[in-house]
Design a protein around this ligand. Structure first.
Ligand code: ARG
Length: 486
């Protein structure tokens, strides 16, 4: 449609190479809404007549329910929509749609509208997953398990504590995306190709009609910057690495060696050859797709880094990376939520493993500290006890008094006191004694759960206010359009 300067048409192979039409299906509706706001503003500013506006707006309205023919030869959705408007409204009116705008401000408008919706969807999915983590935690406040460092058993803990940690991590993902939204929800419309226009448009008015909080003011910035895209995909890449780590834990814990959890059948796959297999493919794919999202971020950053100022066609390529990032992360969250809600937890096995390891070693040392022995001395005593227990293949609780005497050699500590401490400590008592703020201690679980429930509710209100703001602006725009179309 725009090739009058060039004379020749693109060959099929070149057209296919330059066209973004297949990626553009994700932004078609945003392009129509943006075009409607733009033409309504042109009318309100007396730049086009009411009759022109009526024709343009009603042909755009008809396109809302249309399935676009992507083989029409258009280079992108902007060209296709404009050509369809001209076809229906006629050149005399339809030919005025593209007054005082460019595909450069159009495409970035559409991308911003798409990302802001995706952020709201993701924020809701995050809250659902966090809520699932907290509700499973609520049922497992007494489920004892080992906590790991270096994937070696470190301290006795509670499954609820593990789940609440993941809830807090995802809550930070929520907060990051929530804050990113403010920088995304700024309108670039009316920036033109790069330097603005001599036509007296009103950018503030189109921004308001489309539910934006403000403008990307500078027209060069508005059309050429994609830092907001990199920011969004970075936030999601971080989120995905968090989901990937949970997936890795669950993959390990569902092995027959661990047998801490069993994934519901619907989230596992059989083997084509080994009939006994129940593979955690779905979680493995979350790990795998995380790599894809990190790849998307790399693609975006490398596209942008060498670009001269102003729009360059390279920027067309970032769209598929955004769509893929949103699709993967939304699905990963929906799936994780269902995995959590259908998870079978092998409470007995978790407890057995915790009790059969010498995880009370630090608790013994801390009890001695409370009797006035320096920690470095108690650490040594407890370390010797673990070594003696390990060598004699019995738990610390079964060590004899003569074993205990060996552990206190060179210290002033009374072996009878050590023996008394050992016999008073169990994994359960150790968790009762764990009182520090945010610890795996039994009492901390209740407090953290009720605090997180309150926060989730607050965040739900914040997100629905945001969605309502956008929806009421768009409803208002549609009402104004109906008034003109009649
Ligand atoms: N299809 C293009 C994109 O996705 C739209 C902008 C084209 N602008 C231009 N000056 N060629 O980025």
């Amino acid at each position: 449609m725009y090739r009058s300067r060039l004379g020749t048409d693109l060959s099929d192979i070149t057209l296919d190479y330059v066209s973004s039409i297949n990626d553009d299906s994700e932004i078609a509706l945003y392009d129509i809404l943006g075009s409607q706001a733009h033409s309504l503003m042109l009318f309100q500013k007396n730049i086009i007549t009411k009759n022109d506006a009526k024709k343009i707006l009603s042909s755009l309205e008809n396109l809302k329910n249309k399935k676009f023919d992507t083989s029409s030869g258009a280079e992108d959705i902007h060209e296709l929509i404009e050509s369809l408007v001209i076809k229906e409204a006629g050149m005399a009116s339809g030919g005025k749609l593209h007054t005082a705008r460019s595909r450069n401000d159009q495409v970035v408008l559409d991308i911003r509208m798409k990302i802001r919706d995706d952020i709201n969807i993701l924020c809701n999915c995050l809250l659902d997953t966090i809520e699932a983590l907290v509700s499973v935690a609520n049922n497992h406040q007494k489920t004892i398990m080992p906590l790991y460092t270096h994937l070696q058993q470190a301290q006795a803990g509670l499954f609820s504590h593990y789940l609440l940690a993941q809830a807090d991590i995802l809550q930070r993902d929520f907060e990051r995306l929530y804050e990113t939204f403010q920088r995304i929800n700024q309108s670039p419309l009316g920036a033109g190709p790069v330097g603005g226009t001599s036509i007296p448009i009103d950018r503030h008015s189109t921004a308001k009609m489309l539910g934006f909080d403000g403008l990307v003011e500078n027209s060069l910035d508005a059309t050429s910057a994609r830092d907001f895209v990199a920011e969004y995909v970075s936030m999601v890449a971080i989120l995905m690495t968090n989901l990937s780590r949970i997936s890795e834990d669950f993959v390990i814990w569902s092995t027959s060696e661990f047998s801490f959890i069993e994934l519901s059948d619907e989230f596992t796959s059989p083997s084509s050859v080994m009939p006994q297999k129940k593979n955690p493919d779905i979680l493995e794919l979350t790990r795998g797709k995380t790599a894809e999202v990190i790849g998307n971020l790399t693609a975006i950053l490398t596209t942008v880094k060498g670009l001269a100022s102003g729009y360059g066609r390279d920027l067309q390529q970032v769209k598929s990376s955004i769509w893929s990032t949103s699709k993967i992360s939304i699905s990963a969250l929906l799936i994780l939520k269902s995995i959590l809600l259908t998870l079978k937890v092998n409470v007995k096995q978790m407890k057995k493993v915790t009790e059969s390891s010498n995880l009370i070693a630090l608790d013994i040392a801390e009890k001695l500290v409370q009797d006035g022995v320096p920690f470095r001395v108690t650490h040594k005593i407890s370390g010797i006890l673990v070594q003696l227990a390990h060598n004699s293949k019995k738990p610390i609780s079964k060590l004899t008094l003569s074993d205990i005497e060996k552990s206190v050699v060179g210290t002033k500590v009374d072996p009878a006191m050590v023996s008394k401490i050992i016999s008073s400590i169990t994994v359960v008592s150790s968790l009762k004694d764990r009182i520090s703020y945010g610890s795996s201690g039994s009492n901390e679980q209740k407090r953290m759960i009720s605090d997180r429930v309150k926060r989730i509710n607050q965040y739900r209100t914040d997100i629905s206010n945001r969605e309502n703001n956008i929806n009421s602006s768009i409803d208002d725009l549609e009402r104004q359009i109906r008034e003109i179309i009649g």
